[in-house]
Design a binder for this molecule. Sequence first.
Ligand code: ATP
Ligand code: MG
Length: 595
Amino acid sequence: MKVDIYKKTAKDFKELPNLEDYDKTYRSFEWKHWRKELGWFDGKINAAYNAVDRHVDTWRKNKIALYWEGESGTTQQYTFEQVALNSNKFGNILKDFGVERGDRVFLFLPRIPELFFAFLGILKIGAICGTLFSAFQEQALEDRLGNSDAKVVITTAELKPRIDKVKKHLPNLKHILVVDTESFVKSFASASTELTIAHMEPDDYAFMLYTSGTTGKPKGVVHAHRAILQEYLTAKWVLDLKDSDTYWCTADPGWVTGIAYEILGSWANGVTSVVFGGRFDPKRWYQILEKYKVTVWYTAPTAVRMLMAGEIKHPTKEFDLSHLRHMCSVGEPLNPEAVKWGIKVFGRAFHDNWWQTETGAICIANLPCNDIKIGSMGKPFPGITAAIVDDHGRELGPNKEGNLALKPGWPSMMQTIWRRPQKYESYFVNKWYISGDRGWRDNDGYFWFIGRADDVIKTSGERVGPFEVESALVEHPAVVEAGVIGKPDALRGEIIKAFVVLDKDYFRHSGKSAKGGRIQNPDPGQARMTKEQEELLKEELSQYVKKHLAGHAYPREIEFIDKLPKTRSGKIMRRILKAKELGLPIGDTSTLEEY
Ligand code: ATP
Ligand code: MG
């Protein structure tokens, strides 16, 4: 396999990154030395205090913590002090409703400022905050609120009817607070801004949320206040947040990235954050980057691929994106093509990093100070021991495929899976935390993603990861996205089947596709490819992958589809492609996008 290396040069750094020497730091690193930067001195902590309130005693008091912009263009802004005081109000209101330490309070809110205040307020009174993505429908809500025995749900008038429909099955749900009703607005206005923040043990639960549901039924992952330490330091070293930055994380707090890097870790660094409450739209996103002079941008592969395929081919010509200095990505494997596109278009690389809801914070990353091997997830964060192990938890050497595993004990490791202690136990084998992802490590200590354990394809005795086949397909100018599965085959065990989304311009415009390739049959008047043209293109794609990868790792079957099934957080759900292909039940679809 040919690896492209993106070497860091002076042009990548307008100023030196927060972490300058990875190897040296990794060798001498100890988590406990970094607590004091967070204001965590004695045994007790409260992540909400460490993230926000401690800034109120410093010059950051009047610094903007949050620039918020809604879909309609309405804007609001809040200083650190205002965020602290508004979250105190939420804490007081919840106390009045009888919320106590350890109670679960769930947020079913769009990305509005109240979400951020409420989250912090819940932590401040020692309750456990759960987040629910605002697109969830009744069944998804009932499952999560039922499993967690939530006492209170905070929502909006628009979303409330969905809770009302399932309320009768939720005997422990005592209150539904609706933030945009007149009565709530009134009680919020008169609520006290004085609140004694609960002193928590580092291991006391702070928040919980359900995994993305990519591989099956979502798991209720519970995190403790101590997670903030790793969230803080990874935000500082991986996202490279500095006081001078304006930072935009595009994730929703319904998922862990939105909690760790849009609330706790990012604000713990005292950074000014942008939150855009609206939907994905390339033009709007570039406008947000321009308008707020965003310097650090944290997003997801699916968004990068959609921007690549979007109408705007030269964003830096149409928008002033000159402030952008650092870009990161998480959530799915980031195809090399997407990294190369970033370098071409923005003059800088997206820095891929790997972690999970369960890990609570970034664990493997391309740090700003390290060169990037394009397609790799980078190296273990200081304080993290990562390895590739076999199914018995025995460590494998470099260049061997196996389970991506971590040595338990990192600060943001999940505390439990809510009410499923056996599920929790099942993550640990021979004193390793087994992530459920497959990968390998190279001689230089870079980690490479192969696929989810369930998704790895066994064809003619060889193991093939869907990611490399998808990445090879995405490199072809006709392809926007691809989802690859193993399809049972009498002869070969499995064959590789690819579901491919084509670039619509590839066929529509004669001559050149959006990504610079040539079309097969340029007839601009023709709306769709004929069957023969489709077959030709499938053959071309198969051959293309064959040429780029090993001879056995090419798709013997290709199907063109309009869009891939994805989770609401934008991850390709290969299990749904597979179930549909095999005519099997598709399982939990609570996080499935419209499909
Ligand atoms: P579920 O556990 O319910 O199936 P999920 O695993 O998608 O859903 P998350 O915890 O949101 O839920 O996602 C973590 C997973 O996302 C990782 O285990 C990995 O498969 C994938 N992932 C995250 N970042 C990367 C990355 N940089 N490269 C490759 N895969 C990644
Ligand atoms: Mg998972």
